[in-house]
Design a protein around this ligand. Sequence first.
Ligand SMILES: [Zn+2]
Ligand SMILES: [Zn+2]
Length: 280
Amino acid sequence: MGSLSVAYPIDLHTHSLRSDGALSPGDLVRRAAARAVRVLSLADHDTLAGVAEAVAAGEVLGVRVIPASELNTESEWGDAHVLGYFIDPTDVVLEERLRWLRENRGRRIELMIAKLSQLGYPVSLQRVLEIAQGGALGRPHLAEALLEKGYVRSYDEAFDKILAKDSPAYVARVGLTPLEAVELVRTHAGVPSLAHPGTVVGLEALLPKMVAAGLAGIEAYYGEHSPEMTERCLALARTHHLVPTGGSDFHGRGEHGIDLGAVFVPPETIEMLDSRRTQA
Ligand SMILES: [Zn+2]
Ligand SMILES: [Zn+2]
């Protein structure tokens, strides 16, 4: 495929150094403008921190910047990443939640507290946070909370009987599930699309569940998709009434040899995505 920049004016999947990209949000938009990209979505992993800078640069250069974030998930479904479009970059509750998720320890402790509650040892997250005093959360804080509640006679007993690796309250894995990621985007008035579906294990089985949770799009246009994979995604989009989205997944280090705007995305995609927004 040729690389005439005018033919590819839209890129709905890019990253800046606010997550794991190489360029600042402003430089990313400047590069996009130089490549005639007219609509750009900054979708840094688990953060909205770069959006304001990108929007400001876009206003100067005539590039429409759609705020987004790409949420990573942890599950048996492989790499199921969820792009959340039109998220409000000033949504401090969401940013706080994303920050929380970035801190895997916090998420893990949250899950362990839920398990402890099911096991008959309820402790409050609030109290555990107080015990931690701003430190990185871990099982020692849970042990202290359990001791404080009188569920155990000693800190060691809390660890050995309740929090040990082979105990029922133990949680190793951390992160959102794909369904939780979709729900989080919807809760914050965003429009969720499944990123690079080729990395999902069991796509046909997972997709209906994600649709039921509020998924609105599927990334059909992607640099590493074969024509067959793109067709497969477009067929899934028709079946599940999803908007086919697309982008370069540009990180700025020449990964995959795909530059900004170099993946074809039909112009009507923007309106279709916009129509899938719901009132918050
Ligand atoms: Zn991804
Ligand atoms: Zn990405």
